[in-house]
Design a protein around this ligand. Structure first.
Ligand code: GTR
Length: 385
């Protein structure tokens, strides 16, 4: 069966539920000093910031506080995209520090016939850059522009590697090195996931200048490493109304303490540029982490969070992804919002929504396509429309 097959492929990894270690999750409502958070004010004034700092220090790294200026350039436009349904624009974000500059391209699509300002989805594309012409000519289920437009959403997307190269030795060519003026990164400085999420915030800066977009109704999405990124992006930037992670797994929605499928040890050795150095120290001792990934979801509360798994993508630990949402529920509740609390997962191919959170598990393997997007947009409709 599947477990046997996957175990044969990746011998040293656990795919057996009974071998998941016993663990206790950190309580998101318990401060480091041992105080229980009892009000939204206490959460907002002290605990949320403390939790954010713990993730910066131990998992994703800290973004620089260097001043920069930002401007946008339009490089192309098509006002009659999809038979007049949308306007598409090729854009460039230009970040300037002193006389040095760094830029990355992105693409934006706006519905032409909307009545009033529209919600939008910023998709972090971890696979490739989709230039305007390609988006017009070649429908792509990984970022299905026409689907967004048909459903009344604007959308924008950029490619992760255009911001920070997705490779171990890509530092010198990325935004992190640009900010550090070429100096090597400190152990607790931001890594690629955080840098890509930062770029999503810059795209949001641009969307906020467009009258036909309602910047208070913008979701950030991503698949796999892009889904780890989208969740963290929504933690760091509270302007995002929803964080959507698709098959994000370890370092995304999945609980590190389950050590099921991909583990902290494996991910930090395969992808040392994704997480700050301290995260790798928790390899094999996940229970010593001062946080776990349900608290990423808690940091997005009371805004929306959507998580999607695939039943054959055990590497991403669907159970651990779902359990994260449930374990974050007390924070939504404290903040006066409903969230998924049912501990059993929904049946294959069915969506579960409760208030601010939604989840589905699709039949099949690691991937993102129309099925996932339509489920996600059904959820987004409930919060953004
Ligand atoms: C895998 C990695 C996962 C996931 C995936 C992807 O190699 O182990 O964490 O990020 O890549 O991004 O598709």
């Amino acid at each position: 069966d599947l477990v046997e097959k996957l175990t044969r492929q990746r011998r040293e990894f656990n795919y057996v539920e009974s071998k998941v270690p016993k663990y206790t999750l950190p309580n998101p409502l318990l401060t480091r000093a041992g105080d229980l958070i009892r009000s939204p004010k206490q959460w907002n004034d002290s605990r949320r910031g403390e939790l954010l700092e713990l993730f910066r220090e131990h998992v994703y790294g800290r973004r620089p506080d260097t001043d920069y200026s930002l401007r946008f350039e339009q490089t192309s436009e098509e006002t009659q995209a999809f038979d007049g349904a949308a306007t598409g624009r090729g854009m460039k974000a230009i970040i300037q520090i002193g006389d040095r500059s760094f830029s990355f391209p992105f693409v934006v699509f706006l519905p032409n016939n909307a009545s009033g300002a529209t919600p939008a989805v910023i998709h972090i594309n971890n696979r490739y850059f989709v230039p305007l012409t390609t988006a017009l000519e070649k429908p792509d289920p990984f970022w299905p522009v026409k689907t967004f437009i048909d459903r009344g959403y604007a959308t924008a997307s950029f490619h992760t590697s255009d911001v920070d190269p997705d490779k171990k030795d890509g530092y010198a060519d990325g935004i992190r090195s640009f900010f550090a003026d070429g100096k090597p990164p400190e152990d607790t400085a931001w890594r690629s996931l955080s840098a890509w999420g930062w770029a999503a915030s810059r795209v949001l800066d641009h969307l906020a200048t467009i009258d036909s977009i309602d910047a208070s109704r913008v979701a950030v999405s991503g698949h796999s490493r892009g889904g780890k990124t989208s969740l963290w992006a929504a933690c760091e930037d509270q302007r995002f109304a929803i964080g959507y992670s698709n098959n994000s797994g370890c370092g995304g929605a999945a609980l590190s303490r389950r050590a099921y499928g991909e583990t902290v040890g494996r991910i930090t050795s395969s992808f040392p540029h994704w997480f700050c150095k301290p995260f790798s120290d928790y390899a094999g001792r996940e229970s010593d982490l001062p946080v776990d990934q349900h608290e990423v979801i808690a940091l997005i509360a009371p805004r929306g969070v959507y998580v999607a798994s695939a039943d054959e993508d055990l590497w991403a630990d669907p159970k651990g992804e779902y359990a994260s949402i449930v374990a974050a529920a007390p924070v939504f509740r404290l903040l006066g919002k409903d969230s998924i609390e049912t501990t059993t997962m929904p049946p294959l191919g069915q969506q579960r929504i409760n208030g601010q959170t939604g989840y589905h598990i699709r039949a099949g393997g690691h991937g993102l396509g129309e099925v996932d997007w339509n489920f996600f947009l059904d959820f987004a409709d409930t919060l953004l429309k």
